[in-house]
Ligand binder design. Structure first.
Ligand SMILES: O=c1nc[nH]c2c1ncn2[C@H]1C[C@H](O)[C@@H](COP(=O)(O)OP(=O)(O)OP(=O)(O)O)O1
Ligand SMILES: [Mg+2]
Length: 201
């Protein structure tokens, strides 16, 4: 089976890539399969910059072609926060519940129609001797007043998807993968699949 390394330590993301790519007959490895691999500091000011940092560091480490995902939630009423700080919004421990609580607290009193937000996903593809490429996908929605749903990860329980009439965490993984920022970005990599999977120019 063809294999691809996704440079993430986030189990929720890794599972989504597994689901999205196994349909294509591709086996997904993540950094959770390589417990000794180094951490990469996300010092960029955009999702794209951070995705490139992670992809290039891990391509160098593995001497292989690697895809990295940098993603997050951007809320209009909060001037785009938590943005690139989404994972560590309520502290370095990266706790989803605390991040959600912080967002809900900051949005207290703001009516539904002003709670517009979007998920962003930047995917970078890197390999030694290869020019790094980046693609992006977004998904539009609203921040709810209370968390709802058990599926997904991260901010999914407070992200309402108008076209589905549910929060992202109430969607099945198949439904999320039809509309998500990650699925949209991944679709844009389709043209590069041959190269990515066969690791050739
Ligand atoms: O589909 C999603 N549904 C809900 N929340 C999401 C989603 N996609 C990203 N998010 C949130 C989770 C985390 O708070 C941040 C990603 O931060 P980000 O740095 O890209 O990932 P991470 O640190 O968890 O793992 P890693 O850097 O190893 O890939 O955005
Ligand atoms: Mg991260």
């Amino acid at each position: 089976m063809k294999q691809v390394i996704i440079a993430t330590k986030n189990i929720g993301k890794a599972r989504e890539f597994q689901e999205l790519l196994e349909k294509k007959g591709i086996e997904v490895k993540s950094l959770l399969d390589f417990p000794n691999c180094p951490d990469v500091e996300e010092t960029g000011s955009t999702f794209a910059e951070n995705a490139v940092l992670k992809a290039e560091a891990m391509a160098h480490y593995f001497h292989a072609i690697v895809i990295a995902d940098d993603s997050g939630l951007s809320i209009d009423a909060l001037d785009g926060r938590p943005g690139v700080y989404s994972a560590r919004y309520a502290g370095e421990e990266k706790n989803d519940q605390k991040n959600i609580a912080k967002v809900l607290e900051e949005l207290k009193g703001i009516p539904f129609e002003k709670r517009t937000a979007r998920f962003h996903c930047a995917l970078a593809v890197a390999a030694p001797g290869r020019r790094t490429t980046v693609v992006e996908g977004t998904c539009e929605g609203y921040i709810t007043e209370v968390p709802k749903g058990e599926n997904g990860f991260g901010y999914d329980p407070i992200f309402y998807v108008p076209q589905k009439g549910k929060t992202m965490a109430e969607l099945s993984k198949e439904e999320k993968n039809q509309i998500s920022h990650r699925a949209k970005a991944l679709a844009k990599l389709e043209k590069q699949w041959d190269e990515i999977i066969n690791d050739k120019e």
